[in-house]
Design a protein around this ligand. Structure first.
Ligand code: 5GP
Ligand code: ZN
Length: 108
């Protein structure tokens, strides 16, 4: 997807502050954080949104959640908790049409 910002970040054509990466996922800091911790867990595969998921994407979605758990533990927010949020479509607040999971935490 040539015009997709998150595909460009995945392909390192646009810079981002990457905190974790594996074969199928990249996690980077949100450029406009809405809390003390605001990370974006992004699938490398271009899927528009949760609405566009198909049965065969099950494993990838599961990997996103485990990646969130892993990074939450690594950065030390797991104990006190965090929020995971998918925005879906315009009325759901989705601006970037490349599936991503927000990890948000306010550190006390
Ligand atoms: P959405 O509203 O689509 O669920 O979330 C998109 C998120 O991407 C927003 O929180 C926004 O701040 C973030 N974002 C938009 N452009 C960039 C960018 O170029 N780099 C990074 N790191 N985050 C971005
Ligand atoms: Zn994309």
């Amino acid at each position: 997807m040539e015009d997709c910002l998150f595909c460009k970040i995945v392909n390192k054509k646009v810079a981002s502050d990457i905190v974790l990466e594996d074969d199928s996922i990249i996690i980077f800091k949100d450029i406009n954080p809405k809390a003390d911790v605001h990370l974006l867990i992004v699938l490398k595969k271009h899927i528009e949104s949760v609405e566009h998921l198909v049965e065969e994407d099950k494993e990838l979605i599961s990997q996103m959640i485990f990646a969130a758990q892993k990074i939450a533990r690594q950065i030390g927010v797991a104990k006190n908790g965090y929020k995971l949020q998918f925005n879906v479509g315009r009325d759901g607040g989705q601006i970037i049409d490349h599936i991503h999971l927000h990890l948000i935490a306010n550190v006390k």
